[in-house]
Design a binder for this molecule. Structure first.
Ligand SMILES: Cc1ncc(COP(=O)(O)O)c(C=O)c1O
Length: 386
């Protein structure tokens, strides 16, 4: 009766059982995986709600690409990162997950493939499954810092490949695309007729400045680029459901992509009117909404750095931005064994590296969003774990 693409393995894994067992005993968990800002004392000020309560929002006048004023606000916001799209290069979506879904519908027939980085964000498999798209992977190589392995990327391209995804900065490695990598990437996509999808949801969260990093990608005259952003991360407002796709690159490809995306978006019209009406004012308050989140991730990263010393069993990997940090841990036990043991015996919850498809063991990933007290206590236990 059901489609094969929804035939997911839903069996409870060992980590979920360990969490459940601890909760059943009424024992606390220091959750270092929490990445929902509204659950860690980073709720937006109530004034944001007032921006949504406009009488105009009671009228329904859908525009498939999204309201013009909202698209203009997104285009203006992009200028901070050095890209200057026109408002008609913007298509609004309810989330970046939906942006992926629309992009995959635009680019792929069933059985076609998209290339995603390894390690990266685990939702890709589900997003691709739902569009009957195959996920192939290219490596990010760790050599002190993370680099895009262009040779591996070239090797991974097959006749079915339609798009290359970069996550900039990547979740969970926190690595940005470099200027020297970008030129090669755009040339490769242009030559091979591939679209570059650039997920820039964490682009504002950079630790320090580095002129070698790329903050936002514009396809220019080289390749069609679909860049994704959204207020879920940039403003810490995942509950409002507003994100976008910005299309750049050569004509007539760009206009063709936008015209097709418009019809796909028109089929669902999924972005609510109140958030579109408020988009301009929300983005105008972005610095104020973003600052506490940026301060939190910085503080927790400093705590983690301070706890890592030459005798710690764990090593903090280079992190340039985003909301996560990765630790290399002794491979004396498997990642699964370590994370289950940590939650069962020490009450500390972290992600195992395999969750993000690290090519080898042993890594753990922590969110940098938890409240500093929880984070500090959990990190201390984690870093002392042999
Ligand atoms: C890299 C990356 N892209 C996209 C998303 C999805 O964000 P949204 O809330 O806009 O769907 C996430 C969520 O964690 C993410 O980590």
């Amino acid at each position: 009766m059901f489609s094969s693409r929804t035939r997911w393995d839903r069996a409870e894994n060992r980590l979920a059982r360990a969490i459940g067992a601890r909760r059943e005993k009424g024992e606390a968990i220091l959750d270092l995986t929490e990445s929902n800002p509204t659950r860690v004392g980073l709720m937006a000020p109530a004034g944001v709600l007032e921006l949504l309560a406009r009488p105009e929002s009671l009228a329904y006048a859908p525009d498939p690409r999204g309201r013009a004023a909202a698209r203009e606000a997104v285009a203006t916001d992009a200028r901070r990162r050095g890209v200057e799209p026109a408002p008609d290069q913007v298509v609004l979506t309810a989330s970046t997950s939906e942006a992926y879904a629309l992009a995959f519908k635009l680019l792929c027939d069933p059985g076609d493939a998209v290339l995603v980085p390894r390690p990266s964000y685990p939702l890709f498999d589900f997003l691709a499954d739902l569009e009957s798209v195959r996920v192939d992977r290219y490596a990010l190589a760790l050599d002190g810092t993370w680099r895009l392995d262009l040779e591996d990327l070239r090797r991974a391209i097959s006749p079915e490949t339609r798009a290359v995804v970069v996550v900039n900065p990547n979740n969970p490695t926190g690595s940005f695309v470099r200027r020297d990598e970008l030129g090669a990437l755009l040339d490769l996509c242009g030559e091979r007729g591939l679209v570059l999808i650039s997920d820039e949801v964490f682009a504002d969260y950079a630790f320090g400045r580095d002129p070698r990093r790329v903050a936002a990608i514009d396809g220019g005259d080289r390749a069609l680029v679909l860049s994704f952003g959204g207020i879920s991360k940039s403003c810490g407002l995942p509950q409002l459901k507003l994100a976008w796709i910005v299309a750049t690159g050569p004509e007539p490809l760009r206009s063709e992509a936008l015209a097709r995306l418009e019809i796909a978006a028109d089929t669902y019209l999924s972005v609510g009117t109140p958030v579109q009406q408020a988009a301009h004012d929300i983005l105008a308050r972005l610095p104020e909404l973003q600052a506490p989140i940026a301060a939190r991730v910085r503080l927790n990263l400093d705590t983690l750095t301070g706890l890592c010393h030459s005798e710690s069993p764990a090593t903090l990997l280079d992190v340039e931005g985003g909301w996560c940090a990765v630790l290399r841990v002794p491979a004396t036990v498997s990642e699964e064994e370590r994370v289950c043991r940590l939650v069962r015996d020490r009450g500390v919850l972290v992600h195992p590296g395999y969750f993000f498809d690290f090519g080898s063991e042993a890594y753990v990933v922590v969110s940098l969003l938890p409240d500093p007290e929880t984070f500090g206590r959990g990190a201390e236990i984690l870093l002392a774990d042999p």
